[in-house]
Each structure stands twice: as structure tokens, then as C-alpha cells.
Design a protein around this ligand. Sequence first.
Ligand SMILES: *[C@@H]1O[C@H](CO)[C@@H](O)[C@H](O)[C@H]1NC(C)=O
Ligand SMILES: *[C@@H]1O[C@H](CO)[C@@H](O)[C@H](O)[C@H]1NC(C)=O
Ligand SMILES: *[C@@H]1O[C@H](CO)[C@@H](O)[C@H](O)[C@H]1NC(C)=O
Ligand SMILES: *[C@@H]1O[C@H](CO)[C@@H](O)[C@H](O)[C@H]1NC(C)=O
Ligand SMILES: *[C@@H]1O[C@H](CO)[C@@H](O)[C@H](O)[C@H]1NC(C)=O
Ligand SMILES: *[C@@H]1O[C@H](CO)[C@@H](O)[C@H](O)[C@H]1NC(C)=O
Ligand SMILES: *[C@@H]1O[C@H](CO)[C@@H](O)[C@H](O)[C@H]1NC(C)=O
Ligand SMILES: *[C@@H]1O[C@H](CO)[C@@H](O)[C@H](O)[C@H]1NC(C)=O
Length: 609
Amino acid sequence: MRSLTSIPLLLSLLGAVETVHAATADQWKGKSIYQLLTDRFAPPSDTAPARTSPLPSTCDPALQTWCGGTWLSIIDKLDYIQGMGFDAVWISPVSQNIDVYTPYNYAYHGYWVNDPLTLNPRFGTSDDLKALSAALHSRGMYLMVDVVVNNVPGLTVNDTESSKTLVTDGSRWTDPSEFHPQCWIDYSNATSIEYCWLGDDKLPLMDVNTENPTVVSTLNSWIGNLTTTYGIDGLRVDAAKHVPGPFWTDFCKASGVFCIGEVYGSDIANAASYQTQGYMDSVLGYPLYYGIVNGFGTPRGNMSAFVDIASQTLASFPNPGLLGNFIENHDLPRWRNVTADAQLAYNAMVAQFMFDGLPVVYFGQEQDFSDGAADPYNRAALWPSQYANSTTYNHIKKLNDIRHAVISNGTSFQGKNFLDSQTKIVASTKTDVAFRKGPLLAVLTNRGSPSESQAFGVPTSGWSSQSSVIDLLSCKQYTVGSGGAISVSYAAPGYGGMPYVFVSQMDAQALKLCGNVGVATYVSANSTTSAKSSASMEISSSATLPLVLAGLISLGLGAMFAIGTSIGMDISISTPFIASKSKSNWISGSVPLRLFVTLFLVILLVFQH
Ligand SMILES: *[C@@H]1O[C@H](CO)[C@@H](O)[C@H](O)[C@H]1NC(C)=O
Ligand SMILES: *[C@@H]1O[C@H](CO)[C@@H](O)[C@H](O)[C@H]1NC(C)=O
Ligand SMILES: *[C@@H]1O[C@H](CO)[C@@H](O)[C@H](O)[C@H]1NC(C)=O
Ligand SMILES: *[C@@H]1O[C@H](CO)[C@@H](O)[C@H](O)[C@H]1NC(C)=O
Ligand SMILES: *[C@@H]1O[C@H](CO)[C@@H](O)[C@H](O)[C@H]1NC(C)=O
Ligand SMILES: *[C@@H]1O[C@H](CO)[C@@H](O)[C@H](O)[C@H]1NC(C)=O
Ligand SMILES: *[C@@H]1O[C@H](CO)[C@@H](O)[C@H](O)[C@H]1NC(C)=O
Ligand SMILES: *[C@@H]1O[C@H](CO)[C@@H](O)[C@H](O)[C@H]1NC(C)=O
């Protein structure tokens, strides 16, 4: 027995060495998060038996009842999540809920926590939650758990006066002193937002008294124990804005892990106060969400609203790199419910992934779920999608791959890498925007799918005139025009207003993202043949050395293309701002000669910097 058990033991010890539990904000920097509702992500299976019986034969979100997902069933589908490039999973609350029929049916979503200290038996046992945590850690992934402490559900507004129901339902809090007195929230009154009650008279969410010393010490010791017992790496804090901020400072410290709060609403200053006041590490990016909706939610929407909100976000948060950036969640409409156009969705997702922050993708977004204008319809089970390898699944994978590559390779621009650079908006029009984050330049539009013979010119890309850049989404090559300008075309039939993510050619080679990829999904083969020049190459006649260098660079690039072509790479040249170079025939010599010239060019380029 000893020898049989020693291998798993050794593996688990190795796993423990590799993975970090109780991850800090610094360790979360650069992560990418997949958000799921435990009940709806994966169905019961042989290894994950149902814990609710009977289960509905099909999962109809309108019924608001359990559909059978558990912590163990999540493990069944971790390949699907990791295959999309995520390295963290945010699961819905794990604590005990009221388990009775209510005017809003059942607590399948897990947010009606009435005892934070007890696990929810509908989703599994203590060992099951540990197994999920271990399964994630063995893949090098983080576990984020949603916690609800602001409120507990009651069945009548009088529950605080007569605690009978609370006791029957197993509520952690039953004494009137453990609640704030009943009042419904008046959103124009900041005190009321923190002290009054969410919910309504059919299902009041009684506001827990987070100044009561017993409540505070119970919650603080519980959260430290929860994170260590289950190896939790981060917390998503529900209803963070409904609790006075200073409570969170101690609570998050007691948790020992990264805390990201839900501060619902478009108020940037209020959201930023969670970082400036040290209440918690970060918040979900609600303001940026509204910016993305305004900018990309409708064809030719309000791009200046996106630019305004993005700029204010960057100026207001001390650490925008920790914001959780999303375009849908369990409280909001499905993106595709409101926005039909696939290119708008893709542009919105590039904004979500390339802007400062941690991308947070809500399960179903990758399957283009569109049925879901609001709760409960936006909480449909994922399994009817059959976890398909959809186009959007692959887009998300691509965006995660780009982030991973630039982060792990430490790719930098002007001495700063991706994570340490703050997003900078470099150009915008009524329909387009370009922003740089470190080595990457995102060029986005809200024009939508119909093609138009229009282009968007970014006057100063940050790269030097004549240098080569690659769009990592299509793996096509562009040459930077005079003054560092880059122009993108929206003329490709059927593809219209597609997004671009540029990186220098040198970086693209190091990142190995386009090596053998060929042409990506959204780029029409037609766009390569329609590339036109819209400006001519400008080289100052007085600058002889640069001219010589430029000539040599052209020669070298020609050689690179020749090599690229010879190894079967699909490299095309689209040169909107300068005269187009055709695939060069200058170098028709042997492979060693081509290599020599390429090396020479690389040295020159490095020398130039
Ligand atoms: C709640 O309590 C008040 C008095 O405190 C009483 O008038 C009212 O009927 C009660 N409501 C319910 C639903 O029990
Ligand atoms: C704001 O709400 C609090 C809590 O309900 C209340 O005590 C206070 O009177 C309200 N202030 C105003 C100006 O209405
Ligand atoms: C920590 O949580 C575990 C699991 O719920 C429980 O058994 C244990 O008593 C708790 N320890 C403390 C110190 O609260
Ligand atoms: C676009 O958003 C800006 C706020 O950034 C606002 O001032 C402007 O009125 C909006 N335009 C339209 C047409 O809604
Ligand atoms: C949006 O969701 C609602 C359900 O909430 C559904 O009735 C409607 O058909 C959806 N619209 C689209 C375009 O999918
Ligand atoms: C998913 O689709 C992409 C692109 O269509 C393909 O490259 C990839 O191999 C597929 N993955 C699986 C697991 O089928
Ligand atoms: C970055 O990529 C290049 C080329 O693939 C490689 O040589 C280099 O070691 C990488 N750097 C890091 C820090 O991984
Ligand atoms: C390429 O152009 C031809 C003719 O304009 C068109 O029929 C075809 O659908 C286009 N292909 C793509 C992938 O857009």
C-alpha cells in the first residue's frame, strides 16, 4: 500500500509546491477569470452525482429551480475552461442558503445565503469543495469564491421582530441587534445604500449589522478559516457597496486573499474609493462596462462615451490593472441579447481583454448565449450548448493566448511590459478607438459587420515609420507609415468593422503566436488582394543614414518574407500609408544567404533602438 500511495502523495506535494494558495493582489495581476453559477455550469455525471432530486428533465431558467450542477461536476468540465485559456474560476457562493420555496422560487443561484459559516449541501460536501480546489490548483489555476455577507433573506419584513422563521431556516443571525432596522434603500441617499435593505417585501434581504462586534468577529474569523480550509485564492464580494467600507478593510485582511468587490453602478468616483480608501484590492469594472456598452453595444454607438469613461477610469483608480472587466454577468443582459452583430461583440471582447484589468467572462458568453435580457433568463444552463468549440470560444482563447504570451515573455514597449503599462488611448473618432497597453496596440470600431470602403488612421502608433507590425488577430503584416501612422481597412467583404491587435514584428516572432497559424477566422482572403496604398513613402532626403538603413531594412524584410513564404507562412503585406512592397524577389539565393541577411537586419533593428 505504501508504495502505491506514495506516487499520488508525491504528485500532490509537487502540486503544492507549484501552486500558490491564498493569492495576493500581486499574484492575481494578469489572471483571466471565468465566472460560473455552480448549479448551471455542468450537469451531474457518474463522478458527480446529483444532490437535488428530482431534477427537472430540462433546465428552464424561468422555473428558478435547481438544475443539478455541483462542485464535483465543475471538475468534469475544467478542460473546457482551461482550453479557452482561463487561469482562474469564480464560482457562485458556497454557503448555505434558505432552502424553501419563496415568491421568487428557489435559491438555485446561491445568493440567498443565510449562514455563511455552513456549506451549501445542494452543491456538495466539504470534501467536494476541497476536490474542486485541488483540481484547479493541479492545473495551475486559481479558485475565486463569491461571498455574501451584507444580507440574509427573510420571508417577511417582520422577521427581525419575530425571529421564528430565521431560527427555523437555520439563519446564522437571529437577534434583532444583528440587523440594521428595516428601511428600503433610497439610492439617492448614501447612508441608506449602506444601512437599508435590498430586496422587497416579498423577499426582504435583511441588512446585517456589520458594526455589531459579534457579527464582525464571527465573519472575520470565518473568512480566514474558509480560505485556508479550502485553498481559496480570491474572493468576489457580493453587494460590496451596501456595507460601510471600513468593514471590508478588516474582512479582506482576515481573508488573506485578493478581494474584488461588486460595486454596481456607473459612478466612477464611488467605485474608485474602494481602492483609494483601502477597503479592498479592487472592484468589478462596472464603469468600464457601461463605457463598452455605450461604445460597442450598438452599430455606430457612442464611442466618445467609451473614451470618456475609459479615460476617467484610468485617471481615478490607483490600480486599474486589478479591475475585473466584463461585458455580461448574472445580473445583466447577455451581450448578444442586446447586440446582434458578431463584429461588435468581438470588438467589445477585445476591449474587455486588452484594457487594464482582469478579464472576467461569464459562462455562456463564449457560446454567444443571447436568450437572457435579465435575471432569471440570463442564468441558463450551459450544457445544451454541448460545450461546443464555437467561433467565440476560439476568439476568447486567442485573446487569452495573446495576454499569456506577452505576460510570460515580458514583452515590453519603451521599457515597460504589458502588466506594468497603463492603457493609453492614442486616437479616436466617432466610430473608432485605438489604445495602447505596453507592447500591444488595440484598434477597435463600432461600425459592425457590413463592409465599407473606409479606413481608420491612427496617426501615431508609437512605432517608427517603415517598421513592420503584425495584427495578432489575423496574423497579417502591416508596414507603419510616415510619422508612425497605421491605417486599418474596413473593406473586407463580410468582415467589415473587425478589431485589430498590433504588435511589432520582432515581438510577434518572439511571441510565436502567428508562426504557423496562417489567416485567422475573421479576415477574408479577399482583404489581402484589395490592399491599397493611400500615402506614399516619405523619407527625408537630407537624412542619408536613415535612407540607407531604410533600404537595408526593406532588403531584410524582403528576405524575411521570402523565408516566411518558403516555410509556408501566409504573410501578406498591407501597406495603407506607404507604397506597397511586393513579395520581394531580391533575394532568390540559398537559405543560408537569406538567413544571413535576416540576421543582419535583426542586428540593425536592435542597433537602431
Ligand atoms: C409586521 O409587524 C407589524 C407590527 O410590528 C404588523 O402590524 C404587521 O401586520 C406585521 N406584518 C406581517 C406581514 O406580519
Ligand atoms: C438617509 O438614509 C438614512 C438611513 O435610512 C436616514 O437615517 C437619513 O435620514 C436619510 N437622509 C436623508 C437626507 O433622507
Ligand atoms: C474551520 O472550518 C472548518 C470547516 O468548516 C471547521 O471544521 C473548523 O472548526 C473551523 N475552524 C475554526 C477555527 O473556526
Ligand atoms: C455620447 O456620450 C457623451 C458622454 O461621453 C455625451 O456627452 C453625449 O451626449 C453622447 N452622445 C449621444 C449621441 O448620446
Ligand atoms: C433576449 O432575452 C429574452 C429573455 O430574457 C428573450 O425573450 C429574447 O428573445 C432575447 N432576445 C434575443 C435577441 O435573443
Ligand atoms: C477548435 O476549433 C479551432 C478553430 O476552428 C481548431 O483550431 C481547434 O483545433 C479546435 N479544437 C478542438 C478541441 O476541437
Ligand atoms: C521571449 O521569447 C523569446 C523568443 O521566443 C525567447 O528567446 C525568450 O527567452 C523569451 N523570454 C522570456 C522571458 O520568456
Ligand atoms: C471574396 O470575394 C468574393 C467576390 O467578391 C465573394 O464572393 C466571397 O464571398 C468573398 N470571400 C469572403 C471569405 O469574404
